[in-house]
Design a protein around this ligand. Structure first.
Ligand SMILES: Nc1ncnc2c1ncn2[C@@H]1O[C@H](COP(=O)(O)OP(=O)(O)O)[C@@H](O)[C@H]1O
Ligand code: SF4
Ligand SMILES: [Mg+2]
Length: 362
């Protein structure tokens, strides 16, 4: 039996469309332990939702297909479960909160009815008992039980998201998959919902995979962080590793794109360019067209995920080789950076001096 609650090994997911093959998830491995929160962070199109849907074995096929890999929940391979096993697994072992609460709620049923329905599917209780428990769950998420007989349109966005969270937690799942649970909410409500999720997680001791593009949300909630780009994990470590010992240029770029209250920064430095089209991924490191350190090696060979500190992994040729990290607003490189021109940097100089030169020219 696996020692982890969830273990994903070398997962590949593709979508076979008329326009070609979309390489959405490319060899992801990660683990989550009981009660732990892992943040899965990356821009739109990185493959985050596809990863979460794979955990539920809910990839729509066609066009989607899990091409390779293994997903173990308490040691059981989710991808080999029968329909009956999956039915029990979804909702009672693992539940998902979707980004948009409106798509998860049915406008023609009362909210207590919808929560009770989930409870009745997974627990042998009468309809009355299920309604009673649904009302308790509403109270847990800060909605008065008597409002349970109202319909979704009578609730604000934040309250609807609370209902969705109540629904996901109704059967006390061991793992909660929260896909951008606060993105659709305004900032003040976001903070309330995050606080509430933290409290509930402690109360039920649920583990959580928190999907977000917002590093602020990660700082508030996560124990570990996986930074995802073009279907791969680029950096993986504890919250402290990622925030205090950032190793990957993409992670650094994500931090540079968020405003800081402490520093007097005149202008943010967003990462230039866009996430590559996953049906035409670039050769070598998928981040190379946007990376200020990219060199010949990066353009031709993919970097392996390597351990850069205890339990801290990074997928970059330039890490751990004595190459100082710096950003291209120094030494007049900013202009070249903005225009997408190759930027001279210590990493390139270092490689050209031969420490790794033979490899670069291979
Ligand atoms: N059903 C689908 N058919 C075709 N392509 C899809 C489908 N679902 C997702 N994709 C593609 O897979 C890639 C990853 O998507 P997704 O997992 O939703 O990313 P994220 O959640 O990180 O924004 C995207 O390029 C997306 O367009
Ligand atoms: S491998 Fe090269 S292109 Fe990729 S992140 Fe590292 S320095 Fe940048
Ligand atoms: Mg998504």
């Amino acid at each position: 039996m696996s020692e982890h609650l969830l273990e994903i090994n070398d997962l590949d997911v593709q979508f076979h469309t008329m326009d070609g093959t979309v390489h959405a998830v490319n060899g992801i491995s990660l683990e989550i332990d009981p009660g732990e929160t892992l943040g899965l962070v990356g821009e739109t199109g990185a493959g985050k939702t596809t990863t979460a849907l794979s955990i539920l074995n809910l990839i729509q096929s066609p066009p989607g297909k899990i091409e390779h890999g293994e997903i173990l929940f308490e040691g059981r391979n989710v991808l080999e479960m029968s329909e009956a096993e999956l039915h029990a697994y979804r909702g009672s072992d693992v539940a998902m909160i979707f980004q948009d609460p409106m798509t998860a709620l049915n406008p023609i049923y009362t909210v207590e009815y919808q929560i009770a329905e989930v409870i009745q599917i997974h627990e042998k209780v009468s309809k009355e008992e299920a309604i009673e428990k649904a009302r308790e769950m509403l109270e847990f998420v800060g909605i008065p039980a008597e409002r349970g007989c109202e319909y979704p349109h009578q609730f604000s966005g934040g309250m609807k998201q609370r209902v969705v969270i109540a629904m996901a937690l109704a059967c006390s799942p061991k793992l909660l998959l929260a896909d951008e649970p606060t993105t659709a909410l305004d900032v003040t409500i976001q903070a309330q919902v995050l606080d509430m999720m933290n409290d509930l997680k402690k109360k039920f001791n649920s583990a959580m995979l928190l999907i977000t593009h917002d590093l602020g949300v990660v700082a508030e909630t996560c124990d570990k962080v996986a930074i995802m780009y073009a279907g791969k994990i680029m950096e993986y470590g504890s919250l402290e590793d990622i925030f205090d010992h950032t190793a990957h240029p993409y992670t650094e770029g994500l931090f540079n794109s968020i405003p800081s209250l402490d520093e007097d920064v005149e202008r943010l430095k967003p990462i230039r360019g866009l996430m590559p089209d996953p049906s035409h991924l670039p050769e070598g490191c998928a981040f190379n067209p946007r990376c200020p350190y990219a060199d010949k090696l990066c353009q031709s060979a993919e970097a392996e995920l390597q351990e850069v500190g205890p339990g801290h992994y990074c997928r970059c040729h330039h890490v751990n080789k004595g190459v100082p990290m710096y950003f291209p607003d120094e030494k007049g490189n900013e202009l070249a950076y903005q225009h997408g021109l190759p930027v001279s940097n210590p990493g390139n100089d270092f490689l050209e001096k031969g420490q790794k030169g033979e490899k670069a020219d291979e």
